[in-house]
Write a protein that binds this ligand. Sequence first.
Ligand SMILES: [Zn+2]
Length: 182
Amino acid sequence: MSRSDDPLIGPLRYLRGYPAPLVAEVRTLLADGSLAQRLLKKYPAPHAVRNDTALYDYVGELKARHLRNAAPLAKVAWDGKLASIHNALGTHTRVARVQGGKITTRREIRIANLFRDAPPEFLRMIVVHELAHLKEPEHDKAFYQLCCRIEPDYHQLEFDVRAWLCCIDAGGAALWQTGTAP
Ligand SMILES: [Zn+2]
């Protein structure tokens, strides 16, 4: 199949790997302009985690409840440089550094600014994703099992987040713009 025949170029590329009927449904909703309205109806309000301190507390609380034994986080922050929606699913870094002859690892979680203006369910999905990477580096079965243990609705939420990314990529307006500075 040549690239131009690939049905999942453009906005729908965020749904690669999902069953064809689901992708077809999103394609239809995107084409008739009702995808954004569906998302707004299902997720009516944005969360209130506005700044890095609030995000640190939010992530810390989830970590304390579900991943108590994982190494502590050196930093948690909103990241404007991740504005590109190609990276919207976040980054999880282990910054290795040598200190006094020993290699230490600083674990950081950065969440794309895009998720500042998002409903609480979407923030939870991305944070659960990044927290799960503290234990499971790859997107494998063990990783998704851990995500679902922390958030039983994880798969549905990731699908809805990806549908939202399709909307944005297709040029849709911001759905949960709060417009307030932290
Ligand atoms: Zn990941």
